[in-house]
Ligand binder design. Structure first.
Ligand SMILES: [Zn+2]
Length: 172
């Protein structure tokens, strides 16, 4: 940690949200006051990791970071940041989605106390199948790196996919 890290981190988070222990996984991010549909809730940054190295990175840091293109991820580099700031967890019934490759907006009005969650299908194509326990009516139970190809998800959430996937599914 240096002086710059004390003020800015890999990610900007809306002052209307904060890190809290999540029932989904680890430390999540929760609304502390109501957030309107379309409001920016987070902007993610970090360092760039090519997909050829991403599994090695995940072994060290766990499954964090965001895929921004077919070939690259942007990821945080310190555990302190992950633990103090939390990560946006996956849900099969998301309330935040992408407005550009690194920015999340509210997909609907979000109430104080709700966890901010996105669907990994919005941007990730590389992870192994993972079990989901989100418990929502839309829960897919298992989700994979190919879920962005599901017509049902494209129809429901097309505008909120990461731009590089939006262009592949004709929602650019
Ligand atoms: Zn689920």
């Amino acid at each position: 940690m240096n002086d710059l890290h004390a003020r800015w981190s890999h990610r900007w988070l809306s002052p209307k949200a904060e890190a809290r222990k999540s029932a989904i996984h680890g430390t999540g991010v929760f609304a502390v006051e109501s957030i309107k549909q379309g409001e920016t809730v987070g902007v993610l940054g970090g360092v760039v990791v090519p997909v050829s190295d991403i599994r090695e990175y995940w072994k060290i840091m766990g499954h964090v970071g965001i895929q921004i293109d077919d070939g690259f991820f942007i990821v945080p580099t310190t555990r302190d940041e992950l633990e103090s700031k939390g990560v946006f967890n996956h849900s099969c019934d998301p309330n935040i989605g992408y407005s550009n490759s690194i920015t999340f907006v509210a997909m609907r009005d979000i109430g104080a106390g709700e966890e901010l969650v996105f669907d990994y299908a919005f941007n990730e194509t590389y992870h192994n199948p993972m079990e989901c326990h989100c418990g929502t009516a839309h829960c897919r139970k298992m989700f994979t790196g190919n879920d962005w190809k599901l017509k049902e998800l494209q129809d429901r959430y097309g505008a909120y996919f990461s731009p590089y996937l939006r262009s592949k599914i004709g929602k650019a």
